[in-house]
Design a protein around this ligand. Structure first.
Ligand SMILES: Cc1cc2nc3c(=O)[nH]c(=O)nc-3n(C[C@H](O)[C@H](O)[C@H](O)COP(=O)(O)OP(=O)(O)OC[C@H]3O[C@@H](n4cnc5c(N)ncnc54)[C@H](O)[C@@H]3O)c2cc1C
Length: 448
């Protein structure tokens, strides 16, 4: 009996309903239609998605984190081959030792290579680097719903765009070969601004091919703007300070906010404290220590161990050419919703530019550059209603959802926004997985 089969037997007893293959062979056995396992089968990597795209209550989850080997780092040919369960953080660290990097500033390194390729994963890189990680794929190996192992190369213009951002609906990614490059340095400009200054800047900068990120405190006239530019500078990067900054922002801040939400009952005082602490943390980032950086230090490490430590979040993308108008309406939406319902997100809203990226059929920025707006909160009471109101706001502003990060997306709206791309994707999904073995109830709202 293989380790995967043993694990299945054990899990049947404990009803944990998860398999954890440790090799491609074992992965194939998990998916083999000849083996009687309950389905849907759902691949799961780091489990950092904010939706139910990685769950399978009636069937089985395939945990990919047992496929965790970095197979080849090839500096001469600037490529790396990894198994799909490798954490992105481990990959970035390993590349760093060879003076190499993935082109792009991908936040949150607890997610896995497979998850970041199967679900669109993007970050605020400079110019074209602000596209999806999946764009850097040279080739990948996938186990299809029929248990067959197939290899697809980037030259395959029919299948590669289909399999990138396919949410594990067409098969489970087992191995990926990425393009990498020698590590680059960027100059970072960071400024505290008012809402009005932010909107004016977005009007001129949001559609330009630079690295652009901003943080907004909608309930205080405060925002922070970060602009990244590639440089030839040889100034040293203060790794330790970048790590401390990240730890403050992604671990300490949410922990303090969770406590304040519990112990300070008066909303006025609580939110004054919360916004004050956010402001102080962001003000510290203005230090000259952070004027130079690289993707490996700037991307969020989020050193928390469990998914339950992660704040709630929902991300929508909007046309970059309308960024200023949308940011203005978003601030107004947050303020009026707070007045009406008493709910507000406690963490600053993060926005960043995403480059036009037609490399995947289901790419959210397939036809134009976008601005991603990520709303996060540690407050759970009221969050579910909030994301529905946020979805109404986003729909009214032509927002584009992603099915791993956007909450409360109506299926009719998804159909309208993705149009023919979604129809073509669904037609192919039905062909490759006629028995819907990989389709769970959440994804079937959009992809049946
Ligand atoms: C606080 C926070 C901030 C975030 N910020 C960003 C951000 O800035 N930019 C961004 O793009 N994302 C962001 N994310 C989202 C998240 O990092 C992405 O959804 C990530 O790509 C998911 O990786 P994962 O390994 O956790 O996948 P999971 O959550 O486990 O799965 C995501 C999807 O991929 C599928 N999948 C997983 N592994 C495989 C595989 N091997 N083969 C086929 N399908 C697979 C799953 O079935 C599911 O549909 C953030 C998440 C959090 C919690």
């Amino acid at each position: 009996m293989t380790a995967a089969a043993r694990s299945y037997q054990a899990n049947r007893v404990s009803l944990a309903k998860a398999l954890r293959p440790e090799s491609i062979d074992e992965l194939q056995q998990c998916i083999d239609p000849g083996v009687a396992v309950p389905f849907p089968l759902r691949p799961r990597g780091g489990c950092t998605a904010s939706t139910d795209c990685n769950t399978s209550s009636g069937g089985l989850v395939i945990e990919t984190t047992g496929l965790n080997r970095i197979l080849i780092i090839d500096p001469d040919n600037q490529r790396v081959t990894v198994e799909a369960g490798v954490r992105l953080q481990d990959l970035v660290n390993a590349l760093d030792e060879f003076g190499l990097e993935l082109p792009g500033c991908f936040d949150l390194y607890r997610h896995t290579v497979g998850g970041a390729v199967a679900a669109p994963c993007f970050g605020p890189g400079v110019g074209e680097d602000a596209a999806s990680l999946a764009r850097q794929i040279i080739s990948m190996k996938i186990v299809t719903p029929s248990g067959e192992l197939v290899s697809i190369s980037a030259d395959d213009s029919r299948f590669m765009p289909l399999f990138r951002a396919s949410y594990g609906l067409l098969g489970v990614i087992a191995e990926v070969c990425f393009r990498v490059r020698p590590k680059r340095v960027f100059d970072r400009t960071y400024k505290k601004v008012s809402h009005e200054q932010l909107l004016r800047t977005l009007e001129t900068l949001a559609d330009l091919p630079i690295g652009l990120k901003f943080f907004v405190l909608p309930h205080r006239d405060r925002a922070y703007l970060e602009v990244l530019r590639q440089t030839e500078s040889t100034r040293s990067i203060h790794d330790r300070f970048w790590k401390a900054k990240d730890w403050g922002e992604t671990v300490v801040l949410p922990t303090i906010f969770r406590s304040l939400n519990k112990v300070v009952p008066m909303p006025t005082l609580r939110y004054r404290l919360i916004d004050g602490v956010s402001g102080i943390t962001k003000d510290l980032s203005q230090s000259r220590l952070f004027e130079t950086g690289s993707y490996s230090v700037a991307a969020g490490y989020r050193q928390t161990g469990s998914t339950s430590d992660t704040a709630n979040y929902s991300t929508w993308l909007f046309s970059a050419s309308r960024a200023s108008e949308i940011a203005e309406d978003y601030i107004e939406f947050c303020q009026s919703l707070f007045e009406r319902t008493g709910y507000r997100a406690d963490l600053p809203t993060v926005g960043f530019r995403v480059a036009k990226d037609p490399s995947a059929l289901m790419s959210p920025s397939r036809s134009r550059a976008m601005i991603a707006l990520q709303t996060s909160s540690t407050r759970t009471d009221g969050w579910e209603d909030f994301v529905i109101d946020l979805a109404d706001f986003a729909e009214a502003h032509g927002g584009v959802p992603v099915f791993n990060q956007t909450r409360a997306v109506r299926s009719g709206y998804a159909q309208r926004v993705y149009g023919d791309a979604l129809n073509n994707f669904v037609a192919m999904r039905r062909k490759l997985d006629a028995d819907n073995r990989l389709l769970n109830p959440f994804l079937s709202q959009y992809f049946r």
